[in-house]
Design a protein around this ligand. Structure first.
Ligand SMILES: [Zn+2]
Length: 205
């Protein structure tokens, strides 16, 4: 496998990128978050090709991971920056800086953004926002850029957490056409595609 990867690395950068991402995922025990983080490095290779693997950056599409276990709810959003601010380069004008500030303001209000039922009594334990667009010194934003937002909540009445309604997110970020969701909840594991006309994710039967 290693020899194969190395030879492909010379001949076919796209396939090599896919193969090394695969290796990386195994090295981290299939950790979803790390695999996504690694993909970002290779996005500029994969983008624009027809055979993009799942998880590749595609404008209009965001990835959402949801996990509910006991009273702990974890939500991770990975989105092309274009979906949230309308561009992916470092901000150069006041209008672009304002667009980034507004996106951050929305992302810092996850209860509304993800439509958590108030009856579930969820409080935010942590909020973690990452993007080359948030940190000019990070550099490397000359091609595509993602925005990643991770949250954890403690919910005093998790039984009331029967669904997430992402209507507010689609309203706040109209360039987001769909969210590909992976959810782990008491109802089991599910994959779903949410859209502005179909923004609810059911977490219980
Ligand atoms: Zn892009």
């Amino acid at each position: 496998m290693r020899h194969l990867t190395l030879s492909l690395l010379v001949a076919l950068p796209l396939i090599a990128a896919t193969a090394s991402a695969h290796d990386h995922a195994h090295g981290h025990g299939h950790d979803h978050k790390h695999r996504h983080a690694h993909d970002k490095v290779h996005d500029h290779h994969a983008h624009g090709h027809d055979q993009e693997n799942l998880g590749a950056h595609e404008h209009g599409t965001g990835l959402l991971d949801v996990a509910l276990e006991g009273e702990t709810l974890v939500i991770m959003l990975k989105s092309p920056a274009a979906n949230l601010v309308g561009f992916e380069h470092l901000p150069a004008t006041d209008a672009e800086r304002a667009a980034i500030a507004e996106a951050r303001r929305q992302l810092e209000q996850p209860q509304q953004l993800f439509g958590l039922p108030t009856s579930a009594g969820c409080t935010v334990l942590s909020t973690d926002l990452h993007s080359p667009l948030f940190d000019a010194s990070a550099g490397g934003a000359d091609g595509h850029a993602d925005i990643e937002a991770s949250y954890s909540f403690s919910c005093s009445s998790p039984a009331a957490l029967d669904r997430l309604d992402l209507a507010h997110l689609f309203q706040a970020f109209p360039h987001t056409e769909q969210l590909q969701v992976q959810a782990i909840a008491p109802a089991g594991q599910q994959a779903a595609t949410l859209k502005p006309g179909q923004p609810a994710l059911m977490l219980r039967p």
